[in-house]
Design a protein around this ligand. Structure first.
Ligand code: C2E
Ligand code: CA
Ligand code: CA
Ligand code: CA
Length: 280
């Protein structure tokens, strides 16, 4: 295997060698970040359309370096490839549930927390057991935890239906993330028991001007409701988009129009604003 590795390396040109070197450095830095607890979660509000109402938050990971904040798109794939995603993902789940347990104790209405689950994490044989343990450890009501998985995650796994069934039995909800961007979205809906679809931002961003995008959003909302699924729109940035989505019956929305993902120190103030509105 060693010889083969060497031979393969000979086929690399300089650019590829640079890439490999960069990747190995990132892997090393990711490992250090994990042991130094350099990750943090930011929470983006999920807002019910119509009569605006705070429904919960999506937890989004960030990597804190002394001089900057590194966004998940630049390290989640690498973490998946080197297997670190298992540790990172478990940390994310635990922190998010711990946080949501505080809302459960202190906020007058139920607030759910949505957690992104990567393919390798979802496919791990002990994933469901871990989720169950984390719920027990944190004391979060299972129905307040929502796991977000993508179409491709569900597709590449043969027994995703079994895993979803086991998660359902625990009482947690499942949503399909980035809905519409993967392959055979319809085939998935035919077989899988899930609770919610999230319309990908790419379909939302040109509404309400682009008629085709509007038609796609309308169709996804209708489809979701016919299947008794609830539906969230991602990446809502303008009042016009929110108005359009409300009009076509989209249940919840998330996006910069309402709030960017909030760091922990901004969360208490944000919740206090909603709580003040509740008392009015
Ligand atoms: P996603 O799950 O589709 O999350 C939505 C992304 O859109 C987030 O980017 C969010 O900050 C961003 N966003 C929210 N509202 C708006 C908006 O109005 N306009 C625009 N332009 N963007 C908006 P973020 O936080 O950089 O995360 C990127 C992706 O990284 C996520 O996409 C998700 O796939 C992944 N990710 C984030 N956190 C985790 C995690 O804890 N575990 C795993 N496995 N993946 C994660
Ligand atoms: Ca997501
Ligand atoms: Ca998305
Ligand atoms: Ca995603």
């Amino acid at each position: 295997a060693k010889i083969q590795g060497k031979r393969r390396f000979c086929l690399f040109n300089d650019g590829m060698a640079d890439k490999v070197r960069l990747r190995m450095q990132t892997e090393q830095r990711l490992r250090q970040a994990m042991s130094r607890q350099a990750f943090e979660l930011h929470y983006q509000p999920l807002i019910a359309l119509g009569e605006p109402q705070l429904m919960g938050f999506e937890a989004l990971i960030r990597w804190r370096e002394p001089d900057r904040l590194i966004m998940p798109d630049s390290f989640i794939t690498i973490a998946e490839e080197c297997g670190l995603i298992h540790d990172i993902g478990e940390w994310v789940l635990h922190s998010a549930c711990e946080q949501a347990r505080q809302w459960q104790d202190n906020y007058p209405l139920p607030l759910r927390v949505a957690v992104n689950v990567s393919a390798r994490q979802f496919a791990a044989p002990d994933f469901v057991r871990k989720v169950g343990l984390i719920l027990l450890e944190t004391g979060l009501y299972p129905h307040l935890l929502e796991l977000e998985v993508t179409e491709s995650t569900l597709q590449i796994m043969e027994d995703s239906q079994r895993v979803l069934g086991e998660l359902k039995a625990l009482g947690v909800s499942i949503s399909i993330d980035d809905f519409g961007t993967g392959y055979s979205s319809m085939a998935l809906l035919k077989h899988l028991t899930i609770d919610r679809l999230k319309i990908d931002r790419s379909f939302v961003k040109d509404t309400p001007e682009a008629v085709r995008d509007c038609a796609i959003c309308r169709a996804i909302v209708t489809l979701a409701h016919s299947l008794m699924l609830s539906i969230t729109a991602e990446g809502v940035e303008t009042a016009e988009q929110a108005e359009f989505l409300a009009k076509i019956g989209c249940d919840t929305a998330q996006g910069y129009l309402f709030a960017k993902p909030l760091p922990l120190d901004a969360l208490a103030g944000y919740l206090a604003q909603w709580q003040a509105r509740l008392r009015e």
